[in-house]
Write a protein that binds this ligand. Structure first.
Ligand SMILES: Cc1cc2nc3c(=O)[nH]c(=O)nc-3n(C[C@H](O)[C@H](O)[C@H](O)COP(=O)(O)OP(=O)(O)OC[C@H]3O[C@@H](n4cnc5c(N)ncnc54)[C@H](O)[C@@H]3O)c2cc1C
Length: 473
C-alpha cells in the first residue's frame, strides 16, 4: 500500500489544495499531518491573536476531515524533522507533500527538511497554494526583483486567467498513525478570557472563509472602490486572516468573483479591478519578503539606518497600544484591534503614522504589537505596511507625507460613526469636537477621554526636521 504524508501548514483547507490533491492522486492513502513547531519561525513565531485563530482553524479542518472519515494528525515539538521521520517510520509512508511557505525562517527550515528526507530516500513534493505567482517567477525587464508596485502589478495582472480552483479531492482515503496529540495540548488558546471579541467577530476555517467571501460578494464588492476607505462601513472583504492561514486561496477568490460577475448583466456587473489590485499588494509583499529577507527588522531603504528616532518611550508606546493616545481615530483603531484582532486598513495607516512619524518611535515597535494582536498578522504584509507608512520601505509613502489623523477622520468618518463605536467616552460628543476633543477642556474633563499624546502640528514639524537631517539638507 502506498502512503503519503501531507504536511499542512498555512494551507488549512481541503479545496484548491495542490499538495493534498497531488498526494491523493498518486497514493492509495494520505495521512494529513500538522506539526506545531513555533520555534522554527524564529522571532516571528505566531503572536497571541494568531495562536487563537490557529487553534480554531485546526479544529475546523479536523472537523471537515472527520466528516469525511479522516482526521488531521497533530504533533508538536521543537524540530519538525525528527517528528516527520517518526511518523514516516510508524506509517511506512513513502513520500511527503506540502505547500510552500515564503518567510525566511520557513524557507530555511523547509529546505533543510527536504534535503534530509531526500537523503534518506523520501521524496518531498512541494506546491504553490498561497499566491497567484511565486516570487521567483516574476521579474523586471532586467531580470531583477520589483521594488515598485505598479509595474509589478501590471506584469502580474497580465498573467491572471481566473483559472478554476481544484475541488476537494474525493474520495479521500485517509491513513492513521499512533502518537498524535489532542488539539488542546498545543495550548494555543489564551489562559485569560480576552478573546471574547475575537469569538464574536470571526469564524475561522474553510467554511468561514467561504461565507465571508459570499457576504463580501453580495454586500460590498459593487461599492468596494468607494467604501473600502470608510472604517464605519463593512466595505472590505475581511478575508485577510483566512488568506493568511490558507483557508481560502487568491485563485478561489478570483474565480468565484469573476464567475459571479459574468452571470450578471453588463450594466450591473461590478468592476473587480480595485479589489484584485489589493490582492496584488499581498503578492507584492510576498515578492519583497522573498527577495529582501532582512526587511522584517531592517529598513528596506538603508538610508533610513541613520534616522534620528526619538528613543524608545515605554509610556508613549503603552498609551498608543492601549488606545489612549487622545487622538480619536488612532484610539478607535487600536481598540478595534484589541477587541476584534483586526483593524481597518485606512486606520492602520493613520495609527502607524502617528507612532512612526509624530511620536518618532521606531516602526518595529508597532510592527511587533500588530504581530501579537492581529488575527491576520502576516510577516510579508505587516513588514510592507509598516515600512510603507514609516517611509523607509519599497515604493513607500514619502516621509514628508505625515497623515493628519484629524483630517483623515473628517474625510473618512465624517459623522463620527466609527469613532463613537469604539470610544464610549466620546459617544455623545458633538461634531466637530468629536474629531478634536482637546479643543474643549470641559469635554475632556467630563468624558475622561485623555488629552492628546502629542501636539500634532509641532510633532509633524519635528518629524520633518529629523527627515531633513537624514537627507543632509
Ligand atoms: C501598518 C500596516 C500593517 C499591516 N499588517 C498586515 C498584516 O499583518 N496582515 C495583512 O494581511 N495585512 C496587513 N496590512 C494590510 C491591510 O491593512 C490588510 O490586508 C487589510 O486591512 C485586510 O482587510 P480586508 O481583508 O478586509 O482587506 P480587503 O480590502 O478586502 O483586501 C483584500 C485582501 O487584499 C490584501 N490586502 C489588502 N490591502 C493590502 C495591503 N496594503 N498590503 C498587503 N495586502 C493587502 C489582503 O490579503 C486582503 O485580505 C497592514 C497594513 C498596514 C498599513
Amino acid at each position: 500500500m502506498s502512503i503519503a504524508l501531507v504536511l499542512f501548514r498555512r494551507d488549512l483547507r481541503l479545496a484548491d489544495n495542490p499538495a493534498l490533491t497531488a498526494a491523493c492522486a498518486a497514493h492509495e492513502q494520505v495521512l494529513p499531518l500538522y506539526i506545531h513547531a513555533p520555534q522554527e519561525e524564529g522571532e516571528w513565531a505566531p503572536g497571541a491573536a494568531s495562536r487563537w485563530w490557529l487553534h480554531h482553524a485546526l479544529a475546523a479542518l479536523q472537523a471537515r476531515m472527520r466528516e469525511r472519515h479522516g482526521d488531521l494528525h497533530l504533533r508538536q515539538g521543537d524540530d519538525s524533522l525528527p517528528i516527520l521521520q517518526d511518523v514516516l517510520r510508524r506509517t511506512g509512508a513513502s513520500a511527503v507533500y506540502w505547500n510552500r511557505r515564503y518567510e525566511p525562517a520557513a524557507i530555511a527550515s523547509d529546505t533543510a527538511i527536504k534535503a534530509a528526507l531526500r537523503e534518506q530516500g523520501v521524496p518531498v513534493h512541494s506546491f504553490n497554494a498561497a499566491l497567484w505567482c511565486e516570487p521567483w517567477r516574476i521579474a523586471t525587464g532586467q531580470d531583477a526583483a520589483y521594488r515598485v508596485f505598479t509595474p509589478f502589478w501590471r506584469n502580474l495582472r497580465s498573467r491572471l486567467t481566473g483559472a478554476a480552483p481544484l475541488p476537494p479531492p474525493s474520495p479521500l482515503r485517509w491513513g492513521q498513525a499512533a502518537g498524535g496529540v489532542p488539539l488542546a495540548s498545543l495550548k494555543l488558546l489564551p489562559r485569560t478570557g480576552w478573546d471574547s471579541g475575537l469569538r464574536e467577530t470571526w469564524t475561522p476555517g474553510e467554511q468561514g472563509a467561504q461565507e465571508m467571501l459570499e457576504i463580501f460578494a453580495d454586500d460590498a464588492l459593487g461599492d468596494y472602490a468607494q467604501a473600502r476607505d470608510l472604517p464605519a462601513r463593512r466595505g472590505t472583504s475581511r478575508l485577510s486572516p483566512h488568506l493568511h492561514f490558507g483557508e481560502i486561496s487568491p485563485r478561489q477568490i478570483h474565480h468565484m468573483l469573476h464567475a459571479r460577475a459574468q452571470r450578471m448583466d453588463a450594466a450591473r456587473r461590478p468592476d473587480l479591478e480595485p479589489y484584485l489590485r489589493e490582492l496584488g499588494w499581498r503578492e507584492f509583499a510576498h515578492h519583497l519578503l522573498y527577495h529582501f529577507p532582512a526587511t522584517p527588522t531592517a529598513n528596506f531603504n538603508a538610508r533610513f539606518d541613520g534616522f534620528r528616532w526619538a528613543g524608545t518611550d515605554d509610556a508613549l508606546l503603552q498609551r498608543w497600544r492601549q488606545g489612549c493616545s487622545g487622538i480619536p481615530l488612532v484610539d478607535a483603531g487600536m481598540r478595534e484591534l484589541w477587541h476584534t484582532g483586526w483593524m481597518h486598513n485606512r486606520v492602520r495607516m493613520v495609527a502607524a503614522s502617528l507612532l512612526a512619524k509624530n511620536l518618532r518611535q521606531h516602526w518595529l515597535h508597532g510592527a511587533r504589537w500588530f504581530w501579537d494582536t492581529l488575527v491576520d498578522a502576516d510577516l510579508a504584509s505587516n513588514t510592507l505596511g509598516w515600512q510603507w507608512v514609516a517611509g523607509c520601505g519599497a515604493d513607500a509613502a514619502p516621509y514628508f507625507r505625515v497623515f493628519n489623523p484629524v483630517a483623515q477622520a473628517r474625510k473618512f468618518d465624517p459623522q463620527g460613526v466609527y469613532l463613537r463605536r469604539w470610544l464610549p467616552e466620546l459617544a455623545h460628543a458633538p461634531l466637530p469636537l468629536l474629531h478634536e476633543p482637546w479643543k474643549d477642556p470641559v469635554l475632556l474633563r467630563h468624558s475622561g477621554y485623555p488629552a492628546p499624546i502629542a501636539d500634532l502640528g509641532q510633532s509633524r514639524l519635528q518629524a520633518l526636521a529629523a527627515y531633513r537631517d537624514l537627507r543632509g539638507d
